[in-house]
Design a protein around this ligand. Sequence first.
Ligand code: GLV
Ligand code: MN
Ligand code: MN
Length: 424
Amino acid sequence: MTSPTSDTFTINGDRLWQSLMDLADIGAYDDERTGLRGVNRLALTDADAAGRRQVIAWMEQAGLAVRVDRMGNIYGRREGTDPAAAPVLTGSHIDSVATAGAFDGCLGVLGGIEVVRTLDERGITTRRPIEVAVFTEEEGVRFGTDMLGSAVAAGRLTLRSARALTDRDGLTLGAELARTGFDGPTDVRLAPPHAYVECHIEQGPVLADHDVEIGVVTGVQGISWQKITLHGRAAHAGTTPTRLRADAGLAAAQIVVRLRALVDSGEYGDLRATVGHLVVHPGLTNIVPARAELTVDLRNPDDVQMTRAEEALAAFLRELEGGGPGLSVTTRQMARTAHVPFDEGVQKVVAQAADDHGLAHISLLSGAGHDAQEIAALCPTAMIFVRGEYGGISHNPREYSTPQACAHGVDVLATTLVRLADQD
Ligand code: GLV
Ligand code: MN
Ligand code: MN
């Protein structure tokens, strides 16, 4: 799929950086832990809606025809000389976790718009249309399932089930789409594009460790999210003998420790395990916890090892239930995706583009989930990773990629998109 004789396209790095910083002002907060300015734009909050309006304004200024679908996914289209040809799609998300930086997702969306601006300035036309997508609730931290908008667009999840998901206050995604003005009229099922390419920060240390600028992403590892609720019995902290307790808090702590032991055992491949949410009820000093709720996030590049790890956790939960009277466990799977390999042809176009820009690159598997893994079900797909600073820390206000690193990633995106858009 490579066309090494095509031109390379260099975008305006200052303009890209300015749009990243301008978007980061929307939903900005002072992060007490780091002393830095962070970003909090949870999906379909007022801040996210303001960010979406800003992105649509930039799309329209760049001459894109904008449409919004029933999941609030936004698409901006630049026509090609053959409007009947399937478009080349790029994009990502602008919703964030509650303690985010300026780059996660935003680089892919604003990078796509910057490519369009560059092509317009140069008077470049492509055979195929180019579309820039903004997918809804990629993070999954508000409504509990990640890559939500792209998963519905690609047909893995139904529109009805996605719109019925609720946040912690019981608000449905459907109602929040309507409230924010993003319950669009367009059919959510995406017609297969010709190809999809997403530019994203790496969110890890691998590119910096190899001292290269660009990652050619080979795929995304499997992700398993579940919510575990432990039901114990509230009792007096001073008078209740240990043997009479059904302590939901203790069981929660045991799960955290057991998950780490599964990882450290090395028996489950390259497993990662995180308990990112843990609350006990009623949450008072002198009451044995009656209930505990926690989330478990497992990642594994190997689907067989992932299933084994899930089974090991399930066996431990049964052990906890059997360990004493009064403790019971309920679980709910929140999200589950297998390892997704990306298209080798699109990876080659990305690698060739990096070479033609004189940028060193390596191939790597993504540790994080991305909209690209959903769109991969529809069309040949790959991703471009941009190197991060400070060990590639992400989901943290310290998240940072230099202006030059961002510009280089979007240069590679521009050249890749044009080459794909000129394919038959
Ligand atoms: C997305 O940010 C993820 O959790 O991988
Ligand atoms: Mn992201
Ligand atoms: Mn993220």
